[in-house]
Ligand binder design. Structure first.
Ligand SMILES: NC(=O)c1ccc[n+]([C@@H]2O[C@H](COP(=O)([O-])OP(=O)(O)OC[C@H]3O[C@@H](n4cnc5c(N)ncnc54)[C@H](OP(=O)(O)O)[C@@H]3O)[C@@H](O)[C@H]2O)c1
Length: 341
């Protein structure tokens, strides 16, 4: 019998507000055996994404809540180590929904082969994966920036926001990024080529954003909500489009505002400026936009027009700490855990 055990991280307790390390539990289990039609995977890289926080709550969101004791969900890059399915061979590298674990069985339906000669396999979790497609589809299907328009996005150094701004630039628009701290802002402006970057943690954030958007905002790609949305709202132009992709500022619960109900002001702006706000989940646009996303963004990465940054943490046991940090902006780029390189 093999002495090597599989490891997994389960939801130990539902977080009240910010998650704590005690909300997670590392467990050892036997390595599973692939049955007929199944594939056994060893995880190389695990993706950590903001949506996982919503799934830790008891209430349903657009996805079901995780049960206590269940393995934390997540997408990964994995190696096929045993296959009883004709489409996959030992050694293949695939994108899979394994969750936070070292080994997993798959019935193959959720697997996608990755070709390491096209791009580093980790890009399948970021710029060429779910977050990248969120940026691409939200902009193409809802934001629709025209040349000369101003596009604003927060969490601008992350995998969604960084691609939103770069695609906006490629479409001929002005891109303004919002990020936390001078280092992230410098990266957004100097390395990603946004026209301006504004620090949402700095004093005078609202005034600085207004100064960076002198012609107003035509597309606001909403990734965070909270205080950022409040600063953006008065700057939106007539007929502005707002793809609502995420609200990370409120994933850990109410963000402790000043008690003012801003819904009436929001509704007034929606009416008086004929705004379009549309929430979306990336996969709703997959049938129409996924092939073009892979082609266009893949080409942009290959020829250097599109840049990306990854923040890779070593060891499955570090996943809870890294995940908690991401919700507070401690990641710098697409957050990935190297489980077994
Ligand atoms: N609709 C969809 O299908 C879909 C799919 C994927 C992702 N999303 C959403 O897209 C957003 C970005 O995801 P990502 O994977 O690209 O994450 P990310 O940028 O790698 O990480 C999250 C970032 O959010 C920022 N942040 C956290 N709290 C904030 C606050 N209170 N105010 C302002 N910024 C805050 C931090 O950056 P700073 O340090 O710069 O503040 C943090 O680094 C999330 O809301 C996510 O849920 C939606």
């Amino acid at each position: 019998m093999s002495a090597i055990k599989a490891r997994q991280i389960v939801l130990a307790a539902r977080p009240q507000g910010k998650p704590r390390l005690t909300d997670f539990r590392l467990e050892e289990t036997a390595i599973p055996t692939a049955g007929p039609g199944q594939v056994l995977l060893r995880v190389q890289f695990l993706s950590l994404d903001p949506y996982m926080r919503e799934r830790m709550n008891a209430r349903e969101s657009y996805q079901s809540a995780i049960a206590l004791g269940d393995v934390m969900p997540g997408e990964s890059v994995a190696t096929v180590i045993a296959s009883h399915h004709p489409s996959f061979a030992q050694g293949d590298i695939v994108l899979a929904h394994t969750g936070w674990r070292t080994h997993a069985l798959s019935n193959h339906a959720d697997l996608r082969n990755l070709d390491p000669t096209i791009a580093p396999v980790t890009t399948g979790l970021g710029v060429l994966g779910m977050p990248g497609f969120t940026a691409y589809s939200g902009l193409r299907a809802i934001g629709k920036p025209a040349p000369g328009e101003t596009v604003v996005v927060a969490a601008a150094s992350g995998p969604v926001g960084s691609l939103v701004g770069q695609l906006a630039k490629l479409a001929g628009a002005r891109a303004v990024g919002i990020a936390g701290g001078p280092e992230k802002c410098a990266y957004v402006k100097d390395e990603l080529g946004f026209d301006a970057a504004v620090d949402h943690k700095g004093a005078d954030f609202a005034a600085n954003l207004a100064a960076a958007c002198l012609d107003g905002i035509d597309v606001y790609f909403e990734n965070v909500g909270g205080a950022v949305w409040q600063a953006v709202l008065p700057l939106l132009n007539k007929f502005a489009r707002v793809p609502v992709s995420g609200l990370i500022a409120q994933y850990n619960g109410p963000s402790g505002g000043d008690g003012t109900d801003r819904l009436p002001a929001t509704m007034r702006e929606i009416l008086s400026k004929s705004l379009t706000l549309r929430g979306f989940i990336n996969y709703e646009f997959a049938a129409e936009h996924y092939p073009a996303f892979l082609r266009e963004v893949g080409a942009g990465i290959a020829d250097g027009r599109i840049r990306y940054r990854e923040d890779i943490v070593d060891g499955l046991e570090k996943a809870p700490e890294a995940f908690i940090g991401m919700l507070e902006g401690r990641n710098f780029g697409k957050l990935i855990v190297r489980v077994d390189a």
